[in-house]
Design a protein around this ligand. Structure first.
Ligand SMILES: [Zn+2]
Length: 445
């Protein structure tokens, strides 16, 4: 068994000052590479009056124009097909196509060179290694291997670390549970929705309590916020009798963050590969102090095919004011991604983050995992309808649950709700990413 604590002991314990020197050096390199090789970036920078040698200090980085998702969609409408003129390498060097899921609009096409993919896998190796994955593990990967990036990186990194990987591609949920049981797998990776869904399928269709009858010790989740919502995390850990670790990544820039085995309450940033800047959403001023929320601007420091330089992620994050007991110097964003600048909507004049509702619903033991939130207009007023499910056999506790829900929701979100209690198993189930928040006010506007 591999007993080393870190995947890369030098980089993972580098003091911040040295890390920032490394980041500045890498930033200059990727900026110049994009300037010279990507017509899209050349146009963007020339229009802004920026020259190749303009980046000398860390502060200079803020002069570089940001990139937004809409620009990526626009550029891929242009020739040459299919990536437009954003590519910074000849098309012959592109080794993989992927695309975003399109949850916020037209999917964005993503190109990778083999070297990009090696970086992607290396980042995932930091993630899994920090979560205790070693060469003695047998890891099940229950996802549909397809055009979405999802857990492809996790698969390759688990192999790179030396784990034994079981690809659970086209099997259905019950077959996946049975295969994990048969092979005594001790780890797997999935979205939080699917982690809970698999446990439910095992119980209702197979009569299996996965916490007792399977040998899962650790689960890596990604793709949804649940890994950093305390009550959702607790439900997943209890359902499987395993530790759950969070990871957030993105198709456009890769696997940039992880929760380590210490579960510090936030995510480490893989700083040798990613430069994160925080910016005040209203003034655009940089935020360096802990505790203050801002928008995350991200640069993938080694991504070559489609460089990602100062991308406005719209993710809302804040720096942590604590260090992690694991000893890594990679900085932490507290509580993971708190929300998206797009998603945090105003309801009745109050900012509402859907993750806060999830945290309340899943803190009440008599309620099932599923819920649905529908925001609409009733006359001139905003209306929030929350649908929840009572667990079987708990129906007599309805009144008490209703009162507790109302209290907790008002306390945590400062808003009042209409609440509907539905029978167990009647709300929609999702296999991968759930769509539990619906804002009907946006339609037709
Ligand atoms: Zn840590």
């Amino acid at each position: 068994m591999d007993e080393r604590k870190y995947w890369n002991p030098i980089l993972e314990t580098l003091p911040l000052e040295k890390m920032q020197k490394l980041q500045l050096m890498k930033f200059k390199k990727i900026f110049e590479f994009a300037y010279e090789n990507s017509p899209f970036y050349k146009r963007l920078y020339k229009d802004a009056g920026i020259e190749v040698g303009d980046i000398k200090t860390f502060e200079d980085i803020r002069k570089i124009p940001k990139v937004e998702k809409g620009m990526l969609r626009e550029v891929q409408q242009r020739e040459p097909f299919p990536y437009g003129d954003m590519l910074a390498v000849p098309i012959e060097e592109v080794s993989t196509f992927r695309q975003t899921s399109g949850t916020t609009g037209t999917p964005v096409y993503q190109a990778e060179t083999w070297q990009d993919w090696e970086c992607y896998t290396e980042c995932w190796s930091y993630i899994l290694y920090s979560q205790g994955y070693r060469n003695t593990d047998r890891v099940f990967i229950p996802f549909g291997y397809n055009i979405f990036i999802a857990f492809w990186g996790g698969h390759y990194a688990a192999e790179k670390i030396g784990c034994e990987v079981v690809p659970g591609g086209v099997l259905d949920t019950a077959a996946r549970v049975l295969k994990m049981q048969e092979l005594r797998c001790n780890a797997f990776m999935a979205t939080p929705t699917y982690v809970l869904g698999m446990a439910e399928t095992a119980r209702t269709k197979l009569g299996i309590d996965v916490a007792k009858e399977l040998q899962i010790e650790k689960i890596t989740v990604a793709g949804e916020p649940g890994g950093n919502i305390p009550t959702t995390k607790r439900r997943m850990e209890e359902a499987w009798g395993a530790k759950v670790y969070d990871h957030i990544g993105a198709t456009e820039w890769g696997a940039w963050s992880f929760e380590c085995i210490e579960q510090p309450g936030g995510l480490h940033i893989i700083e040798p590969f990613y430069l994160i800047e925080l910016e005040d959403t209203e003034t655009g001023e940089p935020i360096t102090e802990p505790g203050k929320e801002g928008k995350m601007i991200i640069t993938a420091l080694e991504q070559q095919a489609k460089p990602c330089i100062r991308f406005d992620s719209k993710d809302i994050v804040r720096w942590a004011d604590y260090q992690c007991d694991c000893g890594r110097t990679f900085r932490i964003i507290d509580g993971g991604v708190i929300g998206r600048a797009d998603d945090i909507t105003k309801v009745k004049g109050v900012l509402l983050a859907p993750t806060a509702i999830e945290d309340v619903v899943r803190s009440i033991p008599d309620l099932g995992n599923e819920y649905e939130v529908v925001v609409s207009k009733r006359g001139d007023l905003d209306d929030i309808l929350l649908k929840v499910e009572m667990l079987e056999g708990k129906e007599s506790a309805e009144d008490a649950v209703l009162a507790r829900l109302k209290d907790q929701l008002r306390l945590k979100t400062n808003l009042g709700y209409r609440i509907e209690i539905h029978p167990y198993s009647s709300l929609p189930r999702y296999d991968v990413k759930a769509k539990r928040f619906k804002d009907l006010r946006k339609k037709g506007k």
